[in-house]
Design a protein around this ligand. Structure first.
Ligand code: FCB
Length: 445
């Protein structure tokens, strides 16, 4: 029996999430580094970009109706920096600001709590041209962007996140090169990782100065396990864990980066980086935990970080990500036990990509996604277990409301509770949407 709202403590909040570049369609926004990354052959499946995406810009009220009708409490979305500041700095585009103003009002009008993430990866090209996150100045400009958004929306937004998954922006963007800007350079990686952390710190300070509350950051976590016995695999796993799970968490919660990450990144960090740690480690009000999967790691020859990922034994989603709900309670317990203490935690993303199976003989577009229902049920049960063990988990947010632009995978990976036909842009709630709606309606005492 999957858990329902009634199985969670009173006041526990449920939500669903999207991000700007993945759903809006770029119309009117300034260029961003995902536009040019996607336009470069070989980077994105089908060279797909966010130009049209889900056409959310013109359909945001319809989309918010879907969020509200499912019975969610929170709508988590992000703001495109390039839509608000087409040059990354300087004069804002009033239409860009107006769009987010209307979006926040429309969210509130439906009784939903607007949870805003300032940066979900679409860096304005004008800043990318100056070195993007490898340039310290980008972190300062991000602080200015945060101040601007707080000034306009601070009276109505329920919660603020500075960055979404800075590990992806830093590591995937500059080390493996599979995200924009597509670099493969350890020095660029170290600097980008640090400047992202500093961007968080300066954004946080700007939001505090503007007097807004409920400020946090959204980090992604993948519990890592040695893929084989032996010291080499164990050491590689610890290095992976330090870079993936503890770099930003350490910076934000302790004002310190883990030693094992500094072994490789330290020599490439910008001079005087230690002086930024006070800003990076300033107190936050909540931490967002994005959780999708676990990793199996072993040693690889060659230079630092000498690790390689090995496919695990469990079932996989359409992304090839191993399904591991049982690792979630341990993860949450570890985060609060070792780093954040009583700080409220939210699962800010959890969900799966699954190919849709249309129902044979259906008269309308019915979409069965039983795998997603099972995935969400098992992770909700895991979240409940963590709460029962005393973890201060306050909410759970599903990725994603809509099928959308899945970055380097283009439109091929479907994470939505709601199916999107990318030709007609028609939305069709899937079976998982209806299942969650039933689950959220259950308010038995
Ligand atoms: C997370 C991202 C989100 C989406 C999901 C599947 O890493 O925050 O934009 O791509 O993965």
């Amino acid at each position: 029996m999957p858990p329902t709202r009634a199985d969670f403590p009173p006041g526990f909040l449920f939500g669903t999430a999207t991000s700007a570049y993945q759903i809006e369609g770029t119309g009117g926004a300034g260029p961003c580094h995902w536009d040019s990354f996607a336009a470069t052959p070989g980077n994105v499946a089908g060279a797909a970009d966010g130009r049209r995406a889900c056409g959310h810009l013109d359909r945001c009220t319809e989309d918010l109706d879907l969020v509200a009708a499912a019975g969610f409490d929170i709508y988590r979305f992000s703001t495109s920096w390039a839509r608000v500041l087409p040059e990354g700095a300087g004069t804002p585009d009033p239409e860009g600001l107006d769009f987010y103003d209307r979006l926040v009002d429309a969210t509130l009008a439906r009784g939903l709590k607007p949870a805003l993430t300032l940066y979900h990866w679409e860096l304005p090209s004008a800043l990318a041209d100056l070195g993007g996150w490898t340039n310290r100045d980008t972190a300062l400009r991000f602080g200015d962007f945060a101040a601007l958004m707080a000034e306009r929306l601070g009276d109505r937004v329920w919660s603020w996140a500075t960055l979404n998954e800075p590990w992806c922006a830093g590591w995937l963007g500059h080390f493996t090169g599979v995200h924009a800007p597509g670099l493969r350079d350890i020095r660029a990686t170290a600097r980008a990782m640090h400047h992202l952390a500093l961007g968080h710190g300066l954004g946080l300070a700007a939001l505090r100065a503007a007097g807004v509350g409920q400020i946090g950051i959204v980090l992604n976590f993948e519990p890592a396990f040695p893929a084989e016995p032996g010291e080499a695999a164990r050491a590689a796993t610890l290095r992976y864990d330090a870079v993936f799970n503890r770099f930003f968490l350490g910076g934000v919660a302790r004002g310190a980066y883990p030693e094992l990450a500094l072994e490789g990144l330290g020599p490439h960090l910008p001079r005087g980086w230690q002086a930024d740690l006070d800003a990076i480690g300033a107190p936050i009000d909540w931490l967002g935990v994005n959780y999708y999967t676990v990793k199996r790691i072993t040693h690889a020859p060659g230079p630092w970080p000498n690790w390689v990922e090995v496919p695990g034994p469990g079932r996989k989603t359409d992304m090839g990500w191993e399904i591991a709900p049982m690792a979630l309670p341990d993860l949450l317990r570890w985060i609060s036990g070792s780093h954040t203490g009583d700080l409220p935690l939210y699962v800010t993303e959890n969900g799966m990509a699954a190919p849709d199976t249309p129902v044979a003989g259906a008269t309308g577009p019915e979409i069965h996604d039983e795998d997603r229902i099972a995935f969400l049920s098992s992770h909700l049960a895991a979240a409940r277990e963590a709460i029962a063990e005393g973890v201060p988990l306050k909410g759970y947010i599903v990725w994603s409301l809509l099928d959308n632009y899945e970055w380097a995978f283009g439109y091929g990976k479907r994470f939505g509770l709601v199916h999107v036909d990318f030709e007609s842009l028609q939305r069709t709630p899937k079976a998982s949407y209806h299942a969650l709606k039933r689950m959220l309606e259950d308010r038995r005492p």
